[in-house]
Design a protein around this ligand. Structure first.
Ligand code: SAH
Ligand code: SF4
Ligand code: F3S
Length: 467
């Protein structure tokens, strides 16, 4: 393929725009971008949309209308992958109906050799595949695909550089993600992320702070800093900044906004971080601290590198320093070798901590990870029964926590109209709990004080406080 390395990525976008303009005879070309997986993928898709926007594309929610279709995929559990394969398979008909449509796949699944091979062999209508570390190359890949129509696969990139200046088209107008680092070095034994996202790399603090300032100036009220393990932010940078210092710097920016972050890893979660939250003006009183299992034996097999005791130690310190702290966590049920006794340790931990909500998953075997070859003892039926027991226990805890908030007044960021109740708006408290109340939609995007009148499981009902 003839390539000119001297052409900048921006020029590739202009050239792509020209090609599409000729192809569509001046009509605006349409792109359909679908994102699976976590916030990191959402943030990547916002950058891809930023580049497509610069290449002259508008966006559609319908694959039938699209000239360019992209699925940004997730590999974290088998179920996520099956959904992607099912939906990609369905695109075959679209390609048959509209042969000129370009179908592209990117994201975490594409970084697995066996997936790329399956796409190569069994999905010939997919023209472009690119991995998680090649976003900055997307303009060139798009241009080459449009011009030459040749199938292109670019993946397995071990580039250590962090590329800045990629345009962004954010999905939200007042809530936004701000990636501070990419990749993961932790290698928890069940997890595919370190293999598909590569080694940890941090963005420079001044770049992050500048982007935060721009978001606040543009009216963003809820900014979520992203990384697989934000507590190890700064590794590899010289001088090495730490996460608490970064938070303190952003917190200094004037404005009415909430600063969130995810995800914190308990092994690196320091008392300094908790103190920073306690002393800050803007940082949310919400800590998402995944513990995965309450059993030390399982935590060791998971290679999590903390114990139940260390986890509880930091949680207790956080509760002491921030009395209105809302805690959430991720849990895996049915890790290889887990017994009912281990699972009971998880149950006792959630009862002790009293989380606001939990993200619970049944273990999914990921090819190439150490846990995939560990012997298992529990059956699928047993795992489902444990899972149900976990959900039921957490429902009671969440209901109690929400009940305790009745009568309090909460500052709520008003987010949207309720999808099924006329005249009702929904928003989130500083601790990230959903609140519904009657109000006019002109309030969307602003902070309002809401008096909590009722708790329904994990959703609160309230009334606008007159100002
Ligand atoms: N970096 C984050 C989590 C990213 S993945 C952290 O360490 O907390 C999000 C969640 O998916 C994990 O916390 C874990 O609970 C779950 N998960 C990851 N791999 C999984 C697997 N193989 N099976 C089931 N759940 C998994
Ligand atoms: Fe996966 Fe562990 Fe990294 Fe989180 S910290 S992404 S669970 S390897
Ligand atoms: Fe999925 Fe990749 Fe995120 S595997 S959970 S989209 S980092």
């Amino acid at each position: 393929m003839a390539e000119n390395k001297a052409i900048s990525q921006n020029e590739y976008l202009s050239l792509s725009s020209e090609i599409m303009s000729v192809r569509k005879r001046g009509e605006v070309p349409l792109a359909y971008v679908r994102t699976y997986g976590c916030q990191q993928n959402v943030a990547d898709s916002e950058r891809i949309k930023g580049m497509l926007d610069k290449a002259g594309f508008s966006f559609t929610e319908s694959v039938d209308d699209a000239d360019f279709i992209l699925f940004n995929t997730c590999a974290v559990r088998e179920h996520a992958e099956d959904r992607v394969f099912g939906n990609v398979g369905a695109l075959k008909n679209i390609k048959r109906k509209h042969p000129s449509v370009i179908i592209a796949l990117c994201g975490c699944m594409m970084e697995q050799e066996h997936v790329a091979k399956r796409i190569q062999d069994s999905f010939p209508f997919v023209s472009l595949v690119f991995g998680t570390n090649c976003l900055h190359e997307f303009p060139r890949l798009l241009y080459n695909t449009l011009l030459y129509g040749k199938r292109t696969f670019l993946r397995g990139n071990t580039d250590e550089n962090v590329y800045e200046g990629i345009p962004i088209k954010r999905d939200g107008l007042f809530k936004g993600f701000l990636p501070i680092m990419y990749g993961c070095d932790n290698f928890c034994s069940y997890c595919i992320v370190p293999y598909v996202r590569g080694r940890e790399k941090s963005r420079r603090p001044e770049v992050v702070i500048k982007e935060a300032r721009e978001m606040i100036e543009a009216g963003y009220k809820d900014i979520c800093l992203l990384g697989q393990n934000v507590n190890s932010y700064g590794k590899g940078l010289d001088p090495r900044p730490n996460f608490s210092t970064l938070l303190k710097e952003i917190d200094k920016i004037e404005g009415d906004y909430i600063l969130r972050f995810m995800t914190s890893h308990p092994k690196d979660c320091t008392k300094e971080l908790i103190d920073t939250i306690a002393q800050s003006k803007h940082i949310s009183h919400h800590l998402h601290l995944p513990f995965q299992s309450g059993s030390n034996r399982i935590l060791e097999l998971m290679n999590r590198r903390y114990t139940r005791e260390k986890y509880l130690d930091i949680i207790n310190y956080a509760k002491e320093r921030i009395p209105d702290l809302s805690l959430t966590s991720d849990i895996i049920v049915g890790f290889p070798g887990e017994t009912y006794d281990d699972f009971k340790e998880t149950l006792s931990l959630i009862k002790e901590v009293e989380f606001t909500s939990l993200f619970t998953f049944i273990y999914s075997r990921r090819k190439g990870t150490p846990a995939a070859t560990m012997p298992d003892v529990a059956t699928d039926d047993e795992k489902s029964a444990w899972f149900k027991e976990l959900l039921k226990t957490q429902e009671e805890i969440a209901a109690k926590r929400c009940e305790n908030m009745v009568g309090s007044t909460q500052k709520v960021l008003v987010e949207e109209k309720s999808s099924n109740k006329e005249g009702i708006l929904s928003g989130r408290t500083n601790g990230n709990i959903i609140v519904e109340f009657a109000g006019d939609e002109s309030l969307i995007g602003s902070f309002k004080n809401i008096k909590i009148t009722k708790a329904r499981n994990w959703i609160l009902n309230g009334e606008l406080v007159k100002e």
